[in-house]
Design a protein around this ligand. Structure first.
Ligand code: PSU
Ligand code: MN
Length: 309
């Protein structure tokens, strides 16, 4: 049988960096092909890559490229994903089918975890993870179960505000995923700085996350570690504004009968409309901030490992 590593194409520079124990950060592509509209998606890609690099790490976007699971998307392929034309949304269940059809697929957090871990990566930056949807028996993102079985650090601004956040945190606890606040003791609200929901762990530095990760791995834990960082204060949104926008978006989704994988992109676009675009600015800023932090964590882990060997 083909091995997991052999079916995933890892771009040469990323492979070389991993082989010498360098710092690398995975980035998802669904946020580019489904989550953000043109031209914001290009800005997001550029700012995330630069953010990772500003920390001294290398960025690798994951995607399925003409049926090939890929870690380290080439520039000319990225253009097709930014054009969003015929690019499907690929969660973990969709990976093998996307390969079978030879299609282009933009990977969600769940699918990115699968590809990046096959490549031997340990750090991944995104905006917000999926989770348990509100009043929807039963819509829970595959992001949660993949986090439960993939040893990877995921840096995000929490779960998207359109979700049931207390239920999402409870599910993460059940699944054994450690959630650590980065510079905060409460769960961030993605667009908002806080939610009032307390966390059981909080860290202040990349080195502290690296130590936490070392302990996690030493215990033989095969689950992920979710690092949640509040969005930058200058563009974070007000609670009431997000609440009202979300309520309106949920009502429209219900009226339009939106289901399955289309729910998350639909709600994000509606929130953008309801906030007159303010949510996009917040989204871009937090994506970059998360990329910077993930880069710093990857560098701290690489340094600690170099020091130990
Ligand atoms: N957060 C965003 N934009 C996005 C997503 C998250 O700000 O586009 C994407 C991520 O790829 C996440 C996915 O993994 O939405 C979750 O989709 P679902 O709920 O269908 O699993
Ligand atoms: Mn879903």
């Amino acid at each position: 049988m083909e091995s997991r590593a052999s079916v995933v194409h890892v771009a040469a520079p990323i492979r070389a960096s991993l082989a010498r124990g360098g710092a690398v950060v995975a980035l998802e592509s669904s946020v580019l092909a489904q989550g953000l509209a043109i031209p914001h998606n290009r800005e997001a890609a550029e700012r995330m890559i630069r953010g990772v690099e500003s920390s001294g790490a290398e960025a690798a976007i994951t995607a399925v490229v003409h049926g090939v699971p890929t870690v380290g998307l080439a520039a000319h392929d990225l253009e097709r994903f930014l054009a969003r034309d015929g690019v499907r949304k690929v969660s973990s269940r969709d990976l093998a089918w996307c390969m079978t059809e030879g299609a282009d697929g933009a990977t969600t957090v769940a699918a990115t975890l699968t590809l990046a871990s096959a490549a031997g990566m340990e750090v991944f930056a995104t905006g917000g993870i999926g989770g348990v949807h509100r009043d929807a028996p039963f819509d829970e993102s595959a992001d949660l179960v993949e986090l439960a079985r993939t040893p990877m650090i995921v840096v995000c601004a929490g779960a998207k505000s359109i979700l049931d956040l207390p239920a999402t945190l409870e599910r993460l606890e059940t699944l054994g995923v450690t959630v650590v606040g980065y510079g905060t003791r409460e769960l961030p609200g993605f667009f908002t700085i806080g939610t009032g929901i307390p966390l059981s762990a909080s860290a202040e530095s990349p080195e502290q996350i690296a130590t936490l990760w070392r302990h996690h791995r030493a215990l033989g834990r095969t689950s992920g570690l979710l690092v949640v960082q509040p969005p930058p204060a200058h563009s974070a949104l007000d609670h009431d504004l997000v609440d009202a926008a979300t309520a309106a978006a949920l009502a429209r989704a219900a009226a339009a009968g939106v289901r399955g994988g289309a729910v998350t992109p639909f709600l994000l676009a509606e929130v953008e409309r309801q906030t007159n675009g303010a949510s996009v600015q917040a989204n871009l800023d937090l994506l970059e901030a998360n990329a910077v932090t993930a880069g710093q964590i990857a560098v701290a882990i690489a340094r600690a490992q170099a020091g130990n060997s």
